[in-house]
Design a protein around this ligand. Structure first.
Ligand SMILES: *Cc1c(COP(=O)(O)O)cnc(C)c1O
Length: 403
């Protein structure tokens, strides 16, 4: 299939093709317009860029390295597999990249409190960290199911001074946590800043979070060229809302020699409620203030979703991914729970790197792709986070098979 001309920016109303936009209650309109206005002002401001770059370097530990995973590549016997090590960032995932950006913006706008949802707890921990660093209060909404599953991250957030607010309606996971955080935000949008955890939500968040994550792809492009003298032939990243994926992809979107793959969770299979493969099985619809591919129930409401990876467990997906699917620039495919857990142990045992279960979806896909691509080709995975948060859950549920 041919690729249509890529248009990188949303329109001024936040549209990527037909997706994105801003479907919000009237009382939020002026507040979001102000966030857009202030963000447009600072995104090209030298002082802001320097402040954020300094934090990336001295606080997060950027640039994160690229590692050639030789033993996995040898095991597969196909394409060479490389890892962009976002798992080595302070707080253990890519999310700190956008949390610092959002926290600095909120502080500059005179807000007093950051609020957000969290799935696996990674966004909550990263935001609580950023809040502590810049001196803001922080409320994190989290589903009860995830609270039980991701206990270490809950403790971390509390140690960092954030308030963790349990969400006990519906499936008690990520979607319900967003619903509750949104409700709390509506009560005081002037003093609070809703720091959305992915490239989702109303304009300007999909654009802003993408811009903050783009550092991943910019570094990777340069590092990979220095290591190999070429672009990677293939990029692979897991897609929940899509922030780690778009961060890696963005600087490569116009490079026609680079194939790009986004990997969604196929969970336990393709029965309704057993997966979160939004781009594969969803239809355009509206969720949480924006238009995107959406898994829907028979009434057109957001459908029930499930994945072994809490951070991928969302019925919507970023509007830019929805657009990139339609123009055929990115291939969206899926990996199920068992394949992801298998990759979790493979990476741990062949490379000494315990990946997040989310990132394990990308690893599993890359292993399959490496076989298909064959020798002489390369694959760069965005290893979006580390698996420390997942070890108890994995051992409890899959230990019998692997340990
Ligand atoms: C949150 C999270 C994801 C999923 O979010 P995206 O916005 O799709 O990147 C993936 N990996 C890790 C480690 C996460 O914490």
């Amino acid at each position: 299939m041919s690729v249509k001309k890529f248009d990188p920016m949303p329109t001024k109303d936040g549209y990527f093709g037909e997706y994105g936009g801003s479907f919000i209650p009237p009382q939020l309109e002026s507040v979001l317009n102000e966030i857009t206005y202030e963000y447009e002002k600072i995104r090209n401001d030298e002082n802001f860029i320097k402040e954020l770059s300094d934090l990336y370097k001295h606080y997060v530990g950027r640039p994160s390295p690229i590692f050639f995973a030789k033993r996995i590549s040898n095991m597969v016997g196909g394409a060479d597999i490389y890892l962009k090590r976002e798992d080595l960032n302070h707080t253990g995932a890519h999310k700190i990249n956008h949390c610092l950006g959002e926290a600095l913006l909120a502080k500059k706008m005179g807000k007093t409190k950051l609020i957000a949802e969290t799935g696996a707890g990674q966004h909550g921990v990263a935001l609580a960290t950023a809040a502590a660093l810049v001196g803001l209060e922080c409320d994190i909404f989290m589903g009860e199911v995830d609270i039980n599953k991701e206990h270490p991250n809950v403790v971390r957030m509390k140690i960092l001074g954030a308030k963790v607010i349990p969400v006990s309606h519906g499936r008690q996971t990520l979607k319900e946590a967003v619903d509750s955080a949104f409700e709390a935000y509506l009560k005081d949008p002037v003093n609070q800043f809703y720091a959305i955890g992915s490239v989702v939500g109303p304009h300007p968040f999909p654009m802003m979070v993408r811009d903050f994550q783009q550092i991943v792809g910019e570094e990777a492009k340069k590092q990979f060229m220095e290591m190999t003298g070429k672009h990677p032939d293939n990029l692979v990243a897991c897609v929940g809302g899509g922030s780690n994926a778009i961060g890696l992809f963005t600087p490569f979107l116009e490079e026609e020699d680079v194939n790009i793959y986004g990997v969604e969770p196929a969970g336990r299979g393709f029965k309704d409620g057993d997966h979160a493969a939004t781009l594969t099985l969803g239809k355009p619809g509206i969720i949480h203030g924006f238009k995107c591919y959406l898994l829907q129930d028979e009434n057109g409401d957001p459908g029930k979703v499930y994945s072994v990876a809490s951070g991928l467990d969302y019925p919507g997906v970023g509007p830019q991914h929805s657009y990139l699917k339609d123009i055929n620039r990115v291939n969206y495919d899926y990996i199920n729970d068992d394949e992801a857990i298998d990759a979790f142990f493979t990476l741990s045992r062949l490379e000494g790197i315990i990946p997040a279960i989310e990132s394990s979806h990308a690893v599993a896909y890359a292993i399959k792709l490496a076989k298909k691509e064959g020798k002489g080709k390369s694959i760069l995975i965005n290893l979006s986070g580390r698996g420390d948060k997942d070890i108890d859950f994995v051992v409890e549920n899959f230990g019998d098979k692997y340990i």
